[in-house]
Design a protein around this ligand. Structure first.
Ligand SMILES: NC(=O)c1ccc[n+]([C@@H]2O[C@H](COP(=O)([O-])OP(=O)(O)OC[C@H]3O[C@@H](n4cnc5c(N)ncnc54)[C@H](OP(=O)(O)O)[C@@H]3O)[C@@H](O)[C@H]2O)c1
Length: 334
C-alpha cells in the first residue's frame, strides 16, 4: 500500500509566507466511515484565500498548526460508503494538501465531464470556483451595462482574467489592473482588454485616471488596499463595486484600508457589495452553460498555470501571492 504524502502546518506565519511553514509528512491511507468516501487527489487548487485562512476563521474554519494544509482539489473516489458516489467518480472537495483524504459524502461535488475537446482541468478553472466567482461577482454584484467602463484588479489571475473577458462580451470598455508590464501586455494583446494599468509602476494613479477617461462604472475588486482606493477616486456616480477579495492584505499582518470610505461612497452614491461564490449556487447550471458557450465560440480564453509535482505545493502558493501566476494556478499531484 502506498503512503499518503501530506503537507502539515508546522507553525502559523506571522508575516510573509515562507516554505518552513509547511512540513512534509506521511501517514497511513485512511478508511472511510459510514457516509464517507476515500478519494485520491489528482489536482490541488492554489488560491490566494489559502493564505487568508491562516489568519483566522472566515467563511471556513481557520487553519491551525498541526493541520494538514487546507485546499480544494479534484479527486477520484477510491472507495465509497456514501450514497450516490461510487469508485471511479471524479469529485471536487476540500482534500487538503495530501494524496488521499476521507471526506463526508455530503461535502463533495460530483463533477461531470469537461465539454468535448476541452481538458479536464477546465473543471478547476473556468467551470470551477474561478469561473463561477467571475460570472456571479460581475453580473450579479456589478450589474454591468453595455457601454459602461468595467475595471478589474488581479486582472491576469484566475478570477480577474475571466471577469475582464465577460465584461467585454457584455459590451463594456474593459480595463485590467495587474503587476508589471508583461502582464499588462498580455491582457490587451491576448485577452481583449481595452487597456491595462500596472499598479506597481510609480505613475499608477496618473495611469489609472488616463485609462478611464469616462470614469469607472463597475469595479471588480480582488485586492483591496491602495488599488481599491485609486479606483474609488475614479468611480462615477451610482457606480458598483463587487468586493470579491483582498489579496493585498492576505500575506501581511498590517491591513491598509482605503481612504475615501465612507466619504466617497456617500457623495458618489456607490454600492459596495461583498459576495461568496456559494451564494449563487442555485444558478450554477445556467452560469456553466453560458461559460461553456463562450469558451466554445472562442470569446472566452482560458488561462491555466499547471505545476507538476506534489513537492512543489508550498512554492506554488508562495509564488501565487507574489504574482508569479497567469490564470488559474493548480498543482498536478497524481
Ligand atoms: N468571493 C469569492 O467567493 C471568491 C472566490 C474565489 C476567489 N476570491 C478572491 O479572488 C481574488 C483572486 O484570487 P485567486 O485565488 O483567483 O488568485 P489569482 O488572482 O490567480 O492570483 C492572485 C494574484 O493577486 C495579485 N496580487 C498579489 N499581491 C497583490 C497586491 N499586494 N496587490 C495587488 N495584487 C496582488 C497577483 O497578481 P499581480 O502580478 O497582478 O500582482 C497574483 O497573481 C482573491 O482576492 C480571492 O480571495 C473570492
Amino acid at each position: 500500500m502506498p503512503a499518503n504524502r501530506q503537507f502539515v502546518i508546522d507553525h502559523l506565519p506571522t508575516s510573509r509566507l515562507t516554505p518552513d511553514v509547511f512540513k512534509a509528512s506521511e501517514s497511513a491511507i485512511p478508511s472511510p466511515g459510514e457516509g464517507e468516501v476515500l478519494v485520491r487527489t489528482r489536482y490541488i487548487s492554489l488560491d490566494a484565500a489559502n493564505r487568508a485562512w491562516m489568519w483566522g476563521a472566515t467563511y471556513r474554519a481557520a487553519i491551525k498548526a498541526g493541520d494538514v494544509m487546507a485546499g480544494g482539489g479534484m479527486a477520484e473516489v477510491v472507495e465509497s460508503r456514501a450514497p450516490g458516489l461510487a469508485a471511479g467518480d471524479l469529485v471536487w472537495g476540500d482534500t487538503g494538501w495530501q494524496d488521499y483524504a476521507v471526506l463526508n459524502g455530503k461535502h463533495v461535488t460530483k463533477l461531470g465531464k469537461a465539454p468535448a475537446g476541452e481538458p479536464i482541468t477546465h473543471l478547476m478553472s473556468v467551470y470551477g470556483v474561478a469561473g463561477l466567482t467571475a460570472y456571479f461577482g460581475l453580473l450579479e454584484c456589478g450589474q454591468p451595462k453595455a457601454g459602461e467602463t468595467v475595471v478589474v484588479s488581479a486582472a491576469a489571475g484566475s478570477v480577474g482574467s475571466i471577469v475582464g473577458q465577460i465584461a467585454k462580451i457584455k459590451g463594456c470598455r474593459t480595463v485590467g489592473i495587474a503587476g508589471g508590464q508583461a502582464k499588462c501586455d498580455l491582457l490587451t494583446r491576448d485577452l481583449g482588454f481595452d487597456a491595462a494599468v500596472d499598479y506597481k509602476a510609480e505613475s499608477f494613479s496618473k495611469a489609472m485616471r488616463a485609462a478611464v477617461p469616462k470614469g469607472i462604472d463597475v469595479y471588480f475588486d480582488n485586492v483591496g488596499g491602495s488599488v481599491l482606493e485609486a479606483c474609488l477616486f475614479n468611480m462615477n456616480n451610482n457606480g458598483r463595486i463587487a468586493c470579491c477579495g483582498a489579496v493585498s492584505q492576505y500575506d501581511s499582518p498590517q491591513a491598509h484600508g482605503p481612504r475615501g470610505v465612507p466619504g466617497l461612497i456617500v457623495t458618489k452614491r456607490l454600492t459596495m457589495r461583498g459576495f461568496i461564490v456559494m451564494d449563487f449556487e442555485e444558478q450554477n447550471a445556467k452560469a456553466l452553460a453560458e461559460l461553456s458557450g463562450w469558451v466554445a465560440s472562442g470569446q472566452l480564453k482560458v488561462r491555466e498555470d499547471i505545476i507538476d509535482g506534489f513537492d512543489n505545493l508550498p512554492d506554488a502558493l508562495i509564488g501565487l501571492l507574489a504574482g508569479d501566476n497567469v490564470g488559474k494556478r493548480m498543482v498536478k499531484v497524481s
